[in-house]
Every structure is written in structure tokens, then in C-alpha cells.
Design a protein around this ligand. Structure first.
Ligand SMILES: Nc1nc2c(c(=O)[nH]1)N[C@@H](CN(C=O)c1ccc(C(=O)N[C@@H](CCC(=O)O)C(=O)O)cc1)CN2
Length: 283
């Protein structure tokens, strides 16, 4: 078997095209959605991701507000910019690019954000709303995964999903989405304390690999025909991306998200989605 591709590039392009129409409708009613970004430090990867977010905004007609601080910025200086973005009417949603430099209390920064402007869906209020089933921004990578599966016709209803990794951006939050009545999956969350990861993986109809451990999901761990989403990003000695999923999985799985070109572009598209939805909510 050679797995069918869960094509994040094509799917994100389709979502961006839908969002362009929604942005035009908002503009016709006098509302211009604006995404703010706060980048602290000069990490080349973070710079590249932030630049990509603004390119995406330009593509769909969302305005851009870019704030940058040096790596030496203090907690107070970062919090001052967060307060400015909270007050800026042109900024209808924003993100603080992660990770923040060592020594900065990230949770304190995130908690200071106006939850109604949380474009990442990672503010404690947004996660609480998700638990309670109250409308609000959804975490971008988990929502991107749900969209990628739905738009390729992969059955989520009743599926057993095994998630590897308990980080807040993906592992911990995706279970909240997938166990909603609208998705109706059963979710097992595996992590470094899981005794027999292979045994868990072999039960999965859908695998979400978000551990950041190269090739942690091996072909012999995957049930034939399962859908496998490769979220982990590690780099080899040449800087090339190495995912959490071994390439041999393509011979066993029914569906596989490439990495790059799978979940990453979806994360970017779902960020724009949150900005548009937030603007639509205030109309
Ligand atoms: N505030 C946030 N910080 C971070 C997030 C986030 O969602 N919110 N996620 C990551 C970085 N990230 C977005 O910020 C991100 C990473 C990767 C991609 C992506 O499209 N990757 C490409 C490959 C790119 C490459 O070759 O390096 C792909 O998968 O095809 C998008 C967004 C950490 N910080």
C-alpha cells in the first residue's frame, strides 16, 4: 500500500481562497481585520515564520501590524507591547511568536493578552472556552489537522486517535477538539511516561505524531490503512526537516501528511481563519 497524501499545501490554499471572500465581505461592511505579531529576538526560524504569517495576510487582504523587540528585552518591555496591541483598534487579533527568550515568563505574557484578540487560540480563556464548548478561537495546529482530515474524507466520527506528545500547541489541545460531539473521536494521549507506545499506536485509526522525536512512529507500529499526521519538526545536520514519522510508514498507512507540506501550511491558514472569525464575531 502507498498512502494517499494529506496535502496541506493544496488544502491551505483552498482555505485561504475561502477566507479572501470573507475578508472582502467584512471590508464591504467597513471592517478590516488586522493581524498583529510580536517577535522577540533574532531566531532565524521564528523570523521566517512571522514573515510567512504577514505574507499570508497580504494574500487574503488582512492588514499587518508587526512589532519586534531585541532578544535582550525585559519582561516589562514585552508586556508593554502586549498592552499596546490589546488597545490598538487596527489590531483585531494577534500572536506572540513562541518560544520567547529564556528568562521570560511566557505564561504571564500570554495571560496578559486580551482573550478576544487571541489569534493562536492558546490563551487560557480560549482553552477554557473550548473545554466548555463556548465559541472562541481554536488552536491553529489541532484545527488544521481536523480540517485536513475532513477535507480529505478521512472518517473522524468513532475513530480511535492516538496522539504522541503532550505539548500545549498540539498534543494536549487536540484531544479537546477531537472529543467534541461534532468530531466524536476517542483519543489516547501518549507521552514519555507511556509504557508501551507501539502497542498504543497499533490500535490507532488516526495517529497524530507531535513529539519532536525523529521517526518515533515506525512502520511496524502503524495499523494498515490508518491516517498518520506528522507534526514533529527536528533538523538533520544539513538543516533538513526530519519528522516524527519514519518514511516507511507510507507503505503501511492509508493516509499520510507530508512534512514539510502537511500540517505546517494548515497551521498558517487556520491562524488567518481565527483572525477572520474574530472580526466576524464583532460585526
Ligand atoms: N505563537 C506561535 N508560535 C509558534 C507556533 C504557533 O502556532 N504560534 N508554531 C510554531 C512555528 N510556526 C508558527 O508560528 C510554524 C512552523 C512551521 C510552519 C510551516 O509551514 N512549516 C513548513 C516547513 C517550513 C520549513 O521548511 O522550515 C511545512 O510544514 O511545510 C508554519 C508555522 C512555533 N511557534
Amino acid at each position: 500500500m502507498t498512502a494517499q497524501i494529506l496535502d496541506g499545501k493544496a488544502t491551505s490554499a483552498a482555505i485561504k481562497s475561502e477566507l479572501t471572500t470573507r475578508v472582502q465581505a467584512l471590508k464591504a461592511r467597513g471592517i478590516t481585520p488586522g493581524l498583529g505579531t510580536l517577535l522577540v529576538g533574532d531566531d532565524p526560524g521564528s523570523k521566517w515564520y512571522v514573515a510567512g504569517k504577514h505574507r499570508d495576510c497580504a494574500e487574503v487582504g488582512i492588514a499587518s501590524i508587526q512589532r519586534e523587540l531585541p532578544a535582550t528585552a525585559t519582561q516589562e518591555e514585552i508586556e508593554a507591547v502586549v498592552r499596546e496591541l490589546n488597545e490598538d483598534p487596527a489590531c483585531t487579533g494577534y500572536i506572540v511568536q513562541l518560544p520567547l527568550p529564556k528568562g521570560i515568563d511566557t505564561n504571564r505574557v500570554l495571560e496578559l493578552m486580551d482573550p478576544d484578540k487571541d489569534a493562536d487560540g492558546l490563551h487560557p480563556t480560549s482553552l477554557g472556552r473550548l473545554v466548555l464548548g463556548v465559541p472562541g478561537p481554536l488552536p491553529c495546529t489541532p484545527n488544521g489537522i481536523v480540517q485536513l482530515l475532513r477535507r480529505h474524507g478521512v472518517e473522524i466520527n468513532g475513530a480511535h486517535v492516538v496522539v504522541v506528545g503532550r505539548g500545549i500547541t498540539v498534543g494536549r489541545s487536540i484531544g479537546l477538539l477531537l472529543t467534541r460531539k461534532s468530531e466524536n473521536a476517542t483519543v489516547t494521549l501518549c507521552h514519555t511516561g507511556t509504557r508501551d507506545l507501539s502497542a498504543q499506536l497499533r490500535q490507532a485509526d488516526i495517529v497524530v505524531a507531535a513529539a519532536g522525536v525523529p521517526h518515533i512512529v515506525k512502520p511496524e507500529d502503524v495499523k494498515p490503512g490508518a491516517a498518520v499526521l506528522d507534526v514533529g519538526v527536528s533538523r538533520d545536520e544539513n538543516g533538513k526537516i526530519v519528522g516524527d514519522v519514519h518514511p516507511g510508514v507510507a507503505e503501511v498507512a492509508g493516509w499520510l501528511s507530508p512534512n514539510p507540506g502537511g500540517v505546517g501550511p494548515m497551521t498558517r491558514a487556520l491562524l488567518l481563519w481565527n483572525v477572520v472569525e474574530a472580526a466576524e464575531r464583532v460585526v
